[in-house]
Design a protein around this ligand. Structure first.
Ligand code: NAD
Length: 505
């Protein structure tokens, strides 16, 4: 391992078992065991140092085929025959093992994504565990219905049965690798499906650890598989594979659209959780101290690499000056540092490539005339550690790209409004519909606004709250289908209708 990474790990006392886990080449997890990486490898880069961490298997369509066959065998074998309460016990056992492994998992997320280890400890890992705990309880509650047929002659018994949809492919992004994978896995397992996971080629570590923990927990081999490699190879092969019954994808809108089209060629069931450009409305009746705090965490959590980040704020004229000042002070007070530093709130972006994309957005905003409140100037003066300072633009017009395009970085764009109808019209402009937030102390105003905003998730006087009981998903270009909540279960179940003609006694 490179000396710079060694120093970074020593400075933050990374445990020896984590160091050895991230230093060895990463292969696949198929048929209940980890496979060594073959000769073709992708460089896995640590975001703070920019140094190579290790090599990742660059898998092939053949690897996907083996994983799908392994998932099918598990479905036709012990997993498919397992009583629901036994499935529940295994899922809860996995959650317990994750609790025991929580600090290890948090280190993997901080090292792989570059994210704050404090957030990984407080959000990513407990969020993932809660999901398994919640969905474990659903294994025993997937009942069909007995109906009273209303239009049939004679006596009939009519009922429905819920069955697992089959083999699930889960393709996930790099921003919350463990948590988003858990959104897919927990519900799919509860429904009795088997899974082939495709983590981002930038962040495969926690998926591999999770598959290992599941095998230790006693899941039969083949129930959870992980295939690593490039999206256009592994993701594409999964989307096209006739042995996959359901595809659940989280990622960008362009890739999701292409993947969805491929999946329909073989009539797969489909869930698409895609990008966003979530609006935030701050009315003149808002508690501005609370609003500023929540807006800052809504855009700068995970250095802005959050799908439902509140990346465009519309503030009523009367509240404008005070809010801008609160946001400026708050943004400038955020501690900047590497992901492993527990005090750092703003950490490196996932890669130099992605950082370059975010910088392009910043430069365009400057060129188009947005007014910089704080953060990255047009001219450069960049840090060399992968970090971008929290950046806020004011006086943004609807014609500017910074109000329209998903930036996926620590950049907030602000516009103003004078009457509420104009705020709603501006917030509802654009193709995305993932989330929206409203700040007001007038409860009626918040209820009316919540109804009028076009988004799958609405936050009132807060941002980015996530709970396993609540379905998460978008509208329009943000995709369709839900993760979490009982609504997600339907995506992993098929309903069979049974008609029994009853003969006279
Ligand atoms: P991405 O679309 O580039 O990649 C997502 C996954 O798809 C990765 O595993 C990648 O390897 C794979 N992939 C890439 N090309 C593929 C192809 N041609 N065929 C099949 N699979 C392919 O997205 P990203 O950069 O990893 O993540 C950022 C995006 O994800 C943002 O747009 C963000 O808004 C979105 N996101 C959405 C949600 C949500 O719940 N709606 C949550 C998190 C992130």
């Amino acid at each position: 391992m490179d000396q710079t990474i060694e120093r970074y790990f020593s400075d933050f006392s990374v445990p020896a078992d984590v160091r050895s886990f991230v230093a060895r080449p990463i292969g696949h997890f198929i048929e209940g065991k980890e496979e060594a990486a073959t000769s073709d490898q992708i460089d896995l880069v640590e975001p703070f140092t920019g140094q190579r961490l290790t090599g990742l298997a660059s898998g092939s369509a053949e690897d996907v085929d083996r994983a799908v066959r392994s998932a099918r065998q598990a479905l036709d074998g012990p997993w498919g025959r397992m009583p629901a309460l036994e499935r529940q016990r295994l899922i809860l056992r996995l959650a317990e093992m994750m609790e025991a492994d929580a600090d290890f998992l948090a280190h993997l997320e901080a090292i792989d994504v570059g994210k704050s280890i404090t957030d990984a400890r407080n959000i990513d890992v407990p969020g993932a565990i809660a999901n398994f705990q919640y969905f474990a309880g659903w294994t025993s509650k997937l009942d069909g219905r007995t109906t009273g047929a209303v239009a049939l002659p004679g006596e009939t018994l009519t009922y429905t049965i819920k069955e697992p949809v089959g083999v699930v492919a889960a393709i996930v992004p790099w921003n919350f690798p463990l948590q988003i994978l858990s959104w897919k896995l927990a519900a799919a397992l509860a429904c009795g499906c088997t899974i082939v996971c495709k983590p981002s080629e930038q962040t495969p570590l926690s998926a591999m650890r999770l598959a290992f923990l599941a095998s230790q927990a006693g899941f039969p081999e083949g129930v959870i598989n992980v295939v690593n490699g490039f999206g256009h190879v592994i993701g594409q092969a999964l989307a096209a594979h006739p042995g996959v019954d359901k595809l659940t994808f989280t990622g960008s809108t362009p890739v999701g659209t292409a993947v969805g089209k491929t999946a329909l060629d073989t009539m797969k069931r489909l869930t698409l959780e895609l990008g966003g450009k979530s609006p935030v409305i701050v009315t003149g009746k808002a508690d501005l101290q609370n609003a500023a705090q929540a807006i800052l965490s809504g855009i700068f959590l995970n250095s802005g690499q959050v799908c439902d980040a509140g990346s465009r704020v519309y503030v009523q004229d009367s509240a404008h000056d005070e809010l801008i000042e609160l946001l400026r002070i708050g943004a400038e007070a955020l501690t900047i540092g590497p992901g492993l530093d527990p005090t750092a709130r703003i950490t490196p972006l996932v890669s130099a490539l992605h950082r370059g994309r975010v910088l392009n957005h910043i430069e365009t905003a400057h060129t188009q005339g947005a007014a910089l409140v704080t953060g990255e100037s047009a001219s450069g003066d960049r840090r060399e550690d992968g970090i971008l300072r929290p950046t806020i633009f004011n006086r943004c017009a609807e014609t500017m790209d910074i109000l329209r395009e998903e930036v996926f970085g620590p950049v907030l764009a602000i516009g103003t409004f004078s009457d509420i109808d104009a705020a709603v019209a501006r917030a509802n402009t654009g193709d995305f519909g993932l989330a929206a937030a409203v700040y007001s102390e007038d409860v009626n105003e918040t209820i009316h606004l919540s109804r009028r905003l076009k988004a799958g998730n609405i936050y009132v006087n807060a941002h980015g709250l996530i709970d396993p009981t609540m379905p998460f998903g978008g509208l329009g270009a943000s995709g369709f289908g839900k993760d979490m909540g009982p609504e997600q279960l339907d995506g992993f179940l098929s309903t069979k209708s049974v008609y029994v003609q009853v003969r006279d006694a």
